[in-house]
Design a protein around this ligand. Structure first.
Ligand SMILES: O=C[C@H](O)COP(=O)(O)O
Length: 252
């Protein structure tokens, strides 16, 4: 029986004001009554203000897809934690594989961004995951563990409540090829152990999300896994009916 606690929409570089309006209405009317599931929407920066003004903060949280590790200054094109918070942002995606691959974000940079996020009082959603070649070579856990340990370095126990881990196998992102519930659970169980080792007993309760071609028709079986506490949703978060169905599947 699914009993997930967190579903995050990552619009990536998609969407416009029209989608923001449509989705805001859908979230308010169809999802604000979900008791057990926290919903976060991460639109492009340009739509954050509009989304925040239309969503009820208590039910729907606003997330950013990236943040600068710097507090302020001459960093053209960057956005700080303080600037995001001014618009009601309380979650930040950190280390998404597209940032790692296309924008050369290193493990160290991901760690700096995670630290900046939690130190500002926001929740860091740290993404980890192996690519196809790494899985085929049997290195899935080696890669995921290295990324997770590097991203979580120097994060103290008292910040555990501000940390979410998202396992996103790169080969499953935007491909329609989802990890099987067993494949995902296998990695999640190991990530759970890693969290408990670093943060103690609270690690048992820290949200572990799965991302990678989650759809309305596969969400329930993924969310039914013991250590899958929700999802990070890309393509399916752009379509109102699909995203609503995924959130409802999380509620169980
Ligand atoms: O952040 C979301 C993930 O990259 C998953 O994207 P997807 O659901 O389109 O596969």
């Amino acid at each position: 029986m699914p009993n997930a606690s967190l579903v995050i929409a990552n619009w990536k570089m998609n969407g416009n004001r029209e989608l923001t309006k449509t989705m805001s209405v859908a979230l308010r009317e169809k999802l604000s009554q979900l008791q057990k599931v926290k919903i976060v929407v991460c639109p492009p920066f340009t739509l954050i203000s509009e989304l925040a003004s239309q969503c009820y903060y208590d039910d729907i949280a606003i997330g950013a897809q990236n943040v600068s590790e710097h507090a302020s200054g001459a960093y053209t094109g960057e956005t700080s934690t303080t600037q995001l918070q001014e618009f009601g942002v309380s979650y930040v995606l950190v280390g998404h594989s597209e940032r790692r691959q296309l924008f050369a974000e290193t493990d160290d940079k991901v760690n700096e961004k995670a630290l900046a996020t939690v130190n500002a009082g926001m929740t860091a959603v740290i993404c980890v995951g192996e690519n196809k070649a790494q899985r085929d070579e049997g290195n899935t856990w080696k890669v995921v563990a290295e990324q997770a340990k590097a991203a979580l370095a120097n994060l103290p126990k008292e910040k555990a409540g501000k940390v979410v881990l998202a396992y996103e196998p790169v080969w499953a992102i935007g491909t329609g090829e989802t990890a099987s519930p067993e494949q995902a659970q296998d990695v999640h169980a190991k990530l759970r152990t890693l969290l408990v080792e670093q943060f103690g007993a609270i690690g048992e309760k820290m949200p572990l999300l799965y991302g990678g071609s989650v759809k309305a028709d596969n969400a329930a079986e993924l969310f039914a896994q013991k250590d899958i506490d929700g999802g990070l949703i890309g393509g399916a978060s752009l379509k109102e009916s699909d995203f609503v169905a995924i959130c409802q599947a999380a509620q169980g």
